[in-house]
Design a protein around this ligand. Structure first.
Ligand code: DGL
Length: 270
């Protein structure tokens, strides 16, 4: 596609659902002049248990849609989509694209003192080995303990961020991390930053929790600067698009964004 979006064009941010709003929120905080078009594929969430091919197909469709909205860059806010589809998107898109895996992996490699790093994420993310590869690229000698924590996603979506059930699940999931004495834990899923309280308590307060959202916003800034795409606007504007029921987006979205969402457009995919 031959098109040249200007510096004030929006950034496209997409996720399998609402969780990527944690990344959008971090971008809004760190880059207040940037406009955002956010797509949450709420009709097809979760991506975590789906095959790499399916996640790549969904990611391709959404990226294509975002390009038609005139975005100047794309941030893949979903860890699972990043793990499966980022190399493909980097190859096929004419605009700069970044994901959430590299920023988180780099922060973990930098942050560890004893070289033991834990990674938690969806089944797809952990199975892909994307975090392991990205961490090893930064710290070849790191000892990595990975674990899929699929139950964390529905617990967060229920708003159960501090219930007994959540504590029980967290203790079970994080046991291998405790046994491996990790001193740094990558929260490799959009939803997990909302469980920082429980996870931090179970794993121990001295373990550094890496929130990919914050790191990714920092990388977004660098990416825009390198490509001379930083917006000159004082305040960005935001569009939120869901592929299914906007009601759920409006009620749950605030939990992830930390701010009220007033309007959600609906755009079915597939
Ligand atoms: N957004 C997904 C991720 O970060 C979590 C939810 C899902 O499984 O789709 O991996």
């Amino acid at each position: 596609m031959t098109r040249e979006p200007g510096r004030d064009a929006p950034i496209g941010v997409f996720d399998s659902g609402l969780g990527g709003l944690t990344v959008a929120h971090a971008i809004m905080q760190q880059l207040p002049g940037e406009s955002i078009v956010y797509v949450g594929d709420t009709a097809r969430v979760p991506y975590g248990p789906k095959s790499p091919e399916t996640v790549r197909r969904y990611s391709h469709e959404i990226a294509d849609f975002l390009l038609h909205q005139g975005v100047k860059a794309i941030v893949v806010a979903c860890n699972t989509a990043t793990a499966h589809a980022l190399p493909m998107l980097e190859q096929e898109l004419d605009v700069p694209v970044i994901g959430v895996v590299k920023p988180g992996a780099r922060a973990a490699a930098k942050g560890t003192r004893n070289g033991h790093i834990g990674v938690i994420g969806t089944a797809g993310t952990i199975r892909s080995g994307a975090y392991d590869a990205a961490i090893r690229a930064e710290a070849p000698d790191a000892m990595i303990t990975s674990r899929a924590c699929p139950l964390f996603v529905p617990l967060v979506e229920e708003g159960w961020v501090d219930r007994e059930a959540t504590w029980i699940v967290a203790r079970e999931y994080l046991e291998p991390m405790l046994l491996a004495s990790v001193d740094t834990l990558v929260l490799g899923c959009t939803h997990y930053p909302l469980l920082k309280g429980v996870i931090g308590e179970v794993i121990g307060r001295d373990v550094r929790l890496i929130d990919s959202a914050e790191e990714t916003a920092g990388d977004t800034r660098r990416m825009l600067r390198e490509n001379q795409l930083e917006s000159g606007a004082r305040r960005g504007t935001y569009r939120f698009i869901a592929s299914d029921d906007p009601g759920q987006f409006l009620t749950l979205g605030q939990r992830f964004l930390g701010d009220a969402i007033e309007h959600v457009e609906v755009r079915p995919f597939g």
